[in-house]
Design a protein around this ligand. Sequence first.
Ligand SMILES: CC(C)[C@H](C(=O)O)[C@@H](O)C(=O)O
Ligand code: SF4
Length: 458
Amino acid sequence: MGKTLFDKLWDRHVVAGKDGEPQLIYVDLQLIHEVTSPQAFDGLRQNKRSVRHPELTFATLDHNVPTEDIFNIQDAISRKQIETLEANCKDFGIRLADLGTKEQGIVHVIGPELGLTQPGMVIVCGDSHTATHGAFGSIGFGIGTSEVEHVLATQTIWQTKPKNMGVHVHGKLPNGVYAKDIILGLIGREGVAFGTGYAVEYYGDTIDSLSMEERMSICNMTIEGGAKYGCIKPDQTTFDYIQGRKYAPADFANAQADWETLYTDSTADYDVIIDVDASQLAPMVSWGTNPGMTGPVDEPFPEIDGDANVQQAYNYIGLQPGQTADQIPITYAFFGSCTNGRLSDLKIAAKILKGKTVDPRVTVLVVPGSRQVKQAAEALGLDQIFKDAGCDWREPGCSACLAMNPDKIPAGEHCASTTNRNFEGRQGAGARTHLASPAMVAYAALNGHFIDIRKVVD
Ligand SMILES: CC(C)[C@H](C(=O)O)[C@@H](O)C(=O)O
Ligand code: SF4
């Protein structure tokens, strides 16, 4: 019997241990950010250990950084975390995309952008959205701080192999429906736990037709469906994306020849297959307080049916069963994050906002996922389009994706957001988040509520 993509990747990395038990896995790349690394470095110091492979480790600053006046960090905890990572990288000889430098940005944006993320790798980070990197035909997964320390010290990690799930996505996406709607639609239909215990591989003609940035948006949100790992087989789109990037392999042809062997064999079996007909998808909007509480823009919000979680979600979000997304009073819009803060996302939003002004009731933040994204957008004049439309154009970082820096949505306000989590308090205490694609968020910013963009997008 053949092997799945995930099995091939896994088997290449097993250092010790048997199937069905925790196995010691070799790690090709560890990405680091300021939130989940301080205790890991402290642990190394206490145990008088060094970093085993500093050259396979790369750090950035993202969660705590302000997006304006970036060197003037007001919050004492944020400042401490940032200074601590800077000091740790210096002490342990780790490359750091420091504040304000060209390479800095959200960890899951800069890895691919710098060519650090490559097919065939095992990539870890103390961050749950590390599955983003699986879009390149690698194993990417989030780890805890004690595991960050273990990887720093040994370049390996103990993991139990998950089961294989195939998500077959086929058909042409309708107008106004994007990669974000594939993953929101999947989680909306299957719930936030369908992937628990599985590695998810997305495949099919729809996936083949997507750009790397679109593939990353899908793999990014795999964790919101309960799976730690999401992956897509590498193909010409992947190779073209990587070639020429700073850390791309020097012998590219040789690397590509190896990467071309990374796919699921026709004789391999997934443990479970889920089918998604992309041609039937609608633009999605989340109405509740987890990403599973999501539905098509034109469908009424569900009944409570005695479900205490649904009741609690409605209480928090201030909406009622039977209402539709066009009735959500949007007063904030956020473009950014490791899900949809890349150049293609900003291009989509700018195309919609060009020559228009956002609804005066809506405060709009546009936060590029990295400094390279920001510079590329500015070179195209997108910053001016956003500013002319009445949006705030900012410096890169996680920003209002989570309330760990000055960018917060006020209590009770509804924010149309290109991010990946809509938990209570996620964007600020009492803030109400509605997840959607960049195009949906752009039209919500113009109208003060969501609209069914299938009728207006070309
Ligand atoms: C702060 C960090 C550990 C966290 C994560 O693990 O994902 C954050 O990035 C998030 O998106 O919630
Ligand atoms: S942008 Fe959001 S989801 Fe991504 S790493 Fe930052 S906080 Fe986490």
